[in-house]
Design a protein around this ligand. Structure first.
Ligand code: ZN
Length: 138
């Protein structure tokens, strides 16, 4: 069985952003040489997400508005976690959007649905963060 591991680095200049990382994940799969197996992709930080959905800007604005309704950033004083930092909302947004995705690898390709794309969701950016890609198979 082949095994592959890589860390992707992000330094998002804004507090929040959604970034399509599908091509980076596909590059990892190409490097791995795996043709049949499973690919795991997860955020290595508790204020960022990896998720799969549509690459449509309106949807991403809807996510932003929805997440701000669920866990507004301001006022930061409403959260107990904000002791020496102001990212309680980012922890909650990450929880809702998820930590990781697992994608089947078939014939050396990501076995995604027609409109499925892999995204990095940043909720407390402006610093370096990592995403892990782990691929196993043959
Ligand atoms: Zn925190």
């Amino acid at each position: 069985m082949k095994s592959y591991r890589k860390e992707l680095w992000f330094n998002v200049p804004t507090r929040r952003a959604f970034i399509n990382i599908t091509s980076q994940v596909e590059d990892c799969l190409g490097e791995s040489g795996v043709r049949e197996g499973l690919l795991l992709c997860n955020a290595m930080h508790i204020t960022a997400s990896v998720f799969i959905n549509d690459d449509e800007p309106g949807l991403h604005q809807d996510y932003e508005a929805w997440l701000e309704k669920l866990a507004p950033h301001e006022p930061v004083g409403q959260y107990r976690h904000n002791v020496g930092e102001d990212n309680a909302d980012a922890h909650m947004k990450r929880q809702v959007m998820g930590r990781e995705v697992v994608v089947a690898v078939t014939g050396g390709r990501l076995d995604l649905g027609t409109w499925e794309r892999v995204f990095y969701g940043e909720f407390d950016g402006r610093r370096k963060k990592r995403v892990l890609v782990k691929i196993i198979g043959e």
